[in-house]
Design a protein around this ligand. Structure first.
Ligand code: MN
Ligand code: MN
Length: 490
């Protein structure tokens, strides 16, 4: 008798559990880790994709170099320079370079251009150390370069490691000299010195933001003096200047107008015994630039809506300047392309309608949850490495200050497209509410009247000299952009 009774109770419990499981499946939602090592084909695709991506990181360590790299890549895949005023037809592949530091590439769609384009925008500048306009000096038998850092860096991360010098110098006669020192294994590297711990008693008491100050980020560039003994004035500086002139034809005056950037000399590497991460400098935001470019290049059929990749400069300093996302250059190129597709002069209101009907992914890296520093994050609302492309409905700081805050309708439209195409995604925001925050280029396209939402690859150690991205996120982001170009509002 008692056995039968127990069975009945268990039946009731089992039934309730089944019902809860069913309801849970229908009503609840969570984002999943995407690694599936059993799928050997996918694993190979992920690993192969990341090898090419590492190459892109090594080739394009500055916005100018990434622009040059992109141009080579596009040329190889049948893209031509866009010539304003010349007609464009469906399937045409074109690009325009803006001041050597920003770029717009497009695959022309088969539909009415006035119905809008599908855009993915990313930035190709990264936090770094720039030379000051009058950089060179000698002190205590050393030759050094004064610097002014660019973007949000933790200054203490930039001392006592191998650094490379990249940039352009325009000579007196107008010729451009491209400098790239410290990348070839045969090259020397430069460095910024740090204080030895033996004498670091005072330094170690300072706040992290003051341990190394901006004026202490001085780059060591040499110490062999110009021959002739100590009668020679500024002989250590002269020794380096002579080398610079012999090798590159560059004199001190040329440095004044030059743009020279100091970046980590290390190459991108696989990280982890399982090689699951790409580690390297400048992944914010070249990971989104590269995945967007690859998605555009790999379009096999002509999409209905023109697919466009926009690569911005100056995001890390607030998107100002002629090559920053606030510049009118970017919508102007879009308008000129509309005119070339239409084959007539569109009216001002037609062009404005065109912008308003365009859809954009503002593609910038997300912060990946770091269990070592979990206290700054809300685990429910953070993006995780290994869970795919991360959407940020809003960014900003101190009560969403400075955000674009995508409309629910547009957020849903984009994620529904991904759901329907079987593309996984996650969401997140940049840390706990009062912890800090950040912004992207989204707001500047929104200002023009375009529908736009932030999304991108989660990054660990963001803005450091060695940022990390999960290879599966890089690959899945590429797939998501491809679907966006192929199917958004088709
Ligand atoms: Mn950044
Ligand atoms: Mn960024």
């Amino acid at each position: 008798m008692s056995g039968e009774r127990e069975l009945n109770v268990n039946d009731v419990v089992d039934e309730a559990k089944d019902r809860a499981d069913k309801i849970r499946k229908e009503l609840t939602f969570s984002f999943k880790n995407l690694w599936n090592p059993e799928d050997e084909d996918e694993m190979k695709s992920i690993m192969d994709f990341s090898e090419a991506y590492k190459e892109a990181l090594n080739e394009g360590k500055t916005e100018r170099e990434f622009t040059d790299y992109t141009e080579r890549l596009l040329d190889k895949h049948g893209f031509k320079r866009f010539i304003a005023g010349e007609p464009l037809k469906p399937g045409d592949r074109v690009y325009e370079i803006l001041h050597g530091k920003a770029l717009i590439a497009a695959v022309i769609g088969s539909g009415d251009p006035l119905e809008g384009f599908n855009l993915v925008g990313a930035h190709i500048d990264s936090p770094r150390i720039d030379l000051k306009t009058n950089p060179m000096y000698e002190a205590s038998d050393l030759t050094l370069l004064k610097t002014h850092y660019y973007g949000g860096i933790k200054k203490y991360q930039w001392v006592a490691l191998p650094l490379a010098l990249h940039g352009v110098v325009i000579l007196k006669d107008g010729t451009t000299v491209k400098l790239r020192v410290g990348e070839d294994p045969e090259d020397p590297v430069l460095t910024i010195t740090d204080l030895l711990p033996h004498l670091g008693a005072d330094q170690m008491q300072k706040k992290a933001s003051e341990v190394v100050t901006g004026e202490e980020l001085n780059v060591l560039i040499g110490s062999i003096p110009f021959p002739g003994g100590d009668e020679i004035k500024e002989r250590f500086k002269l020794g380096v200047l002579q080398l610079l002139f012999e090798k590159y034809g560059v004199a001190e005056r040329d440095l004044v107008t030059a743009e020279i950037e100091i970046v980590p000399a290390a190459k991108a590497r696989c990280v982890g015994l399982d090689r699951s991460f790409v580690g390297g400098y400048g992944q914010d935001d070249r990971v989104c630039a590269y995945t967007a470019l690859k998605a555009l290049i790999d379009l096999r059929t002509t999409p209905k809506r023109t697919a466009m990749v926009v690569l911005y400069d100056k995001e890390e300093t607030g998107s100002g300047g002629v090559t920053g996302a606030r510049s009118q250059l970017f919508p102007s190129v879009q308008k000129r392309m509309v005119r070339s597709i239409l084959g007539r002069e569109p009216s001002a209101i037609e062009l404005q309608d065109q912008i308003e009907k365009s859809a954009m992914l503002s593609s910038d890296v997300a912060a990946a949850f770091d269990p070592t520093f979990s206290s700054v994050s809300d685990p429910l609302n953070h993006s995780y490495a290994g869970r795919g492309i991360a959407f940020y409905k809003y960014t900003g700081a101190r009560g969403k200050g400075g955000t674009s805050d995508a409309n629910a309708e547009f957020f849903n439209e984009v994620t529904r497209l991904l759901d329907d195409s079987g593309i996984p995604w996650q969401c997140g925001e940049l840390g706990k509410v009062d912890q800090g925050g950040g912004g992207t280029v989204a707001i500047y396209q929104a200002d023009l009247g375009m529908s736009v939402i932030d999304c991108g690859v989660p990054v660990l150690s963001m803005h450091s000299c060695f940022e990390l991205t999960s290879k599966i996120d890089v690959y899945k982001t590429y797939i998501a952009y491809k679907v966006f170009f192929e199917k958004m509002r088709e």
